[in-house]
Design a protein around this ligand. Sequence first.
Ligand SMILES: Cc1cc2nc3c(=O)[nH]c(=O)nc-3n(C[C@H](O)[C@H](O)[C@H](O)COP(=O)(O)O)c2cc1C
Length: 328
Amino acid sequence: MNRDAMDKSAVDLSVRIPSPKGILELAHPVLPASGTFGYGEEFEPFLPPGTFSAIVPKSISVEQRPGNPPPRAIETPSGLLNSIGLQNPGLDLFISDYLPRLQRYGVPILVNVVGKTIEDYCQVVEALEGRELVLGYELNVSCPNVKEGLRFGLDPEATAALISAVRERTGGVLMAKLTPNVTDIAEHAVAAQEAGADAVSLINTIRAMAVDWRSGKSRIGTDTGGLSGPAIRPVALRMAWEAAEAVEIPVCAIGGISNAEDILEFVSVGASMVQVGTHLYREPTCLIEILQQLRELLAQEGYGSLEELRGSFGRSSDRLPESSRPVR
Ligand SMILES: Cc1cc2nc3c(=O)[nH]c(=O)nc-3n(C[C@H](O)[C@H](O)[C@H](O)COP(=O)(O)O)c2cc1C
């Protein structure tokens, strides 16, 4: 697109997420990915955590979880293979010790919730309802690193049952975090939307492994783990596109995002917002530059807002043969 360059300060990066309680407006589209940002505190030396437009803390379950045996993460080509096993302090300690710190950052908190049963998820949401700045939830139905982690995520009906049950307990933003470990991500996104989700986020890590053939052992503490980082970005892009084509609700894209160009690619295929995960380990201060570049790049191409670009992929031509387009 070749339009007159705009003033970059005038570029509108805001994102609106409708929910039964009203519209949650985020100042810009960049959130931290759950589990790569802890509970914010580790980040404070690098950049005010409230620079993100909302905080997504590490998954919280009713009970405290010790996580998986070490080693829990290793580098793979262009990626990170982890098997943390959803270590977390549990609901009570989260409320008493971690939430007050997160509230200090002054931006919306979307609590990432995980559980073994529907009742587990509901219990966490009920306990957090009405607390300052807890304006929504990301339901993790997609962790590949624990035995029960994919129970909901692999079955669209189970995902829908979970979302419907949680929907009855909150009018805040409900975002379903989908797994890439399925054949048809669009089917899962549609099931989430129909069950009442206000947004879908994708992708969680891809089930993967790394072995030492000499010892015959896994290089991490469990046989398989979850792959993240730039290695998974093309897969995430394809899935974000398929999901965005299939649903009306906002799509939050995740997977290997490390700069503004990456974000704009995801927005062009229909994502409304994004999460940055693994890249935060490499460059914890990246957000400042990302936000500047988002405005610059959009202004250079003549866009007045992120929303104007959203879904522009494929609009101008019919380059793709019918067979490679997602089925709507
Ligand atoms: C070390 C690590 C821990 C993670 N923990 C969680 C978690 O607790 N809950 C969750 O929903 N996703 C978790 N994830 C997945 C990320 O939120 C994200 O979906 C994934 O890493 C892909 O994004 P990325 O390539 O930008 O890292 C974790 C990822 C990593 C690398």
